[in-house]
Write a protein that binds this ligand. Structure first.
Ligand code: PLP
Length: 385
């Protein structure tokens, strides 16, 4: 049996899947190491065409795309933003940086997406935005969210870090909100190590987004020959990634079919082989509504108790299998409590955060790896934990 330190199956293991080396070499040969070179343009054009949206701007991370949301929405101190407590810190930190007050919403117990039935009670005259996070790449209830938002004149912007190529009722995630953010971090389906994208669904925001991304200047227009010099136009920062990273990412995106087919196989393997075991041990497996095409980003399970979840993580570690949990409820974090968060505000989030375990999920898992993981899970002794 493997000791606790010898990992046989990694939780995540980023790999090259196509022409990453070749395209990086081309980017180097082109002597354009900074941002917005030919590979950046290729990635943007590809995503715009595939998703059918007006503008995609590559960013240095999803976090930075979210920071651009807050700048583009003119978030001011005191503005309220509704965000699930069950998400990564960047979803809301980007807004708190501009002085916004987070208003934490609980999640649904089936998809773990924000509970749209709680939205109306949280909207106030200070609400500026609602931030749906498509958890695990499964679409939030966008029909209800968009209806409520438009009744109250509140903007919707999507954190789609997990959900590239996922769909809700036949329409790509990331195309519903006025803005959406993607992540190309190494834990995502498609990666360049660290990277992200801002998806702009309202063409009126494109020009200002380009300025914010380029240090508050109109350098993008200058490079396109639309102005003869560039200057300081607005607030902004440096949110554009090197073209070397875009070259790597383009090679990954070219392999969309291969990557997604592999991830679908991984997801289905876990789901089929763990179904009966889960049923007989009161373990909740992911729920994918029939009208959602998921993005195959992760495989999670909800154990009945915290002790069982922790027990399963250490049982798997003993067998050389890395598994992880996340997210800690944001409303109960040190920062969340400063905004008034307290136990009981988001009961489903608090419960799920104790129960959830994520199994190894990446682009180089072999059938042998999957068999090892499933065998180890099935051997977990519920009596001991
Ligand atoms: C829901 C969500 N939003 C945002 C992020 C931040 O992504 P990035 O690391 O690209 O900034 C993550 C990271 O995993 C995430 O899970």
């Amino acid at each position: 049996m493997a000791g606790p330190d010898s990992i046989l199956v990694d939780f995540n293991h980023p790999v090259m899947v196509g022409k990453e080396n070749e395209y990086m070499a081309q980017a180097i040969a082109a002597a354009k190491f900074s941002g917005d070179g030919s590979f950046t343009r290729k990635v943007s054009a590809l995503l715009e065409q595939q998703l059918g949206i007006p503008k995609v701007l590559l960013t240095t991370s999803c976090t930075h795309a979210l920071e651009m949301f807050a700048l583009l929405m003119d978030i001011q101190p005191g503005d309220e933003v509704i965000v699930p407590s069950y998400t990564f810190v960047s979803t809301i930190n980007a807004f708190v940086l501009r002085g916004a007050r987070p208003v934490f919403i609980d999640i649904r117990s089936d998809t773990l997406n924000l509970d749209e039935s709680r939205l109306e009670e949280l909207i106030t005259p200070a609400t500026k935005a609602i931030l749906p996070v498509h958890y695990a790449g499964v679409g939030c209830e966008m029909d209800a969210i968009l209806t409520i938002a438009s009744q109250h004149h509140v903007a919707v912007a999507e954190d789609n870090a997990h959900g590239l190529y996922g769909k809700y009722k036949g329409r790509f995630l990331g195309t519903f909100g006025v803005l959406a953010a993607q992540s190309f971090h190494e834990t995502k389906n498609f990666t360049c190590g660290e990277g992200g994208a801002l998806l702009i669904n309202n063409p009126a925001l494109v020009e200002r987004a380009e300025i914010i991304r380029e240090k508050g200047t109109n350098r993008s227009r200058f490079f396109r020959g639309q102005v003869d010099k560039y200057t300081w136009m607005d607030v902004g920062s440096s949110y554009l990634p090197s073209d070397l990273l875009a070259a790597f990412l383009y090679a990954q995106l070219e392999q969309r079919e291969k990557i997604q087919a592999h991830r679908k196989k991984v997801w289905n393997f876990y789901h089929e082989h763990l179904h009966d075991w889960a049923f007989s041990h009161a373990v909740q497996l992911p729920c994918i509504p029939v009208y959602c095409d998921q993005a195959y980003h992760m495989y999670y399970m909800l154990l009945p108790t915290l002790a069982l979840r922790q027990g399963l993580i250490s049982h798997l570690r003993q067998r050389g299998i890395e598994s992880v949990f996340h997210y800690l409820p944001l409303h109960l974090s040190e920062m969340g409590r400063r905004f008034g968060g307290k136990i009981g505000d988001c009961p489903v989030t608090e419960h799920v955060s104790d129960q959830l375990i994520r199994l190894p999920f990446h682009n180089s898992l072999s059938e042998d790896d999957l068999e090892k993981v499933v065998k180890a899970v099935l051997e977990f002794n519920f009596q001991i934990a």
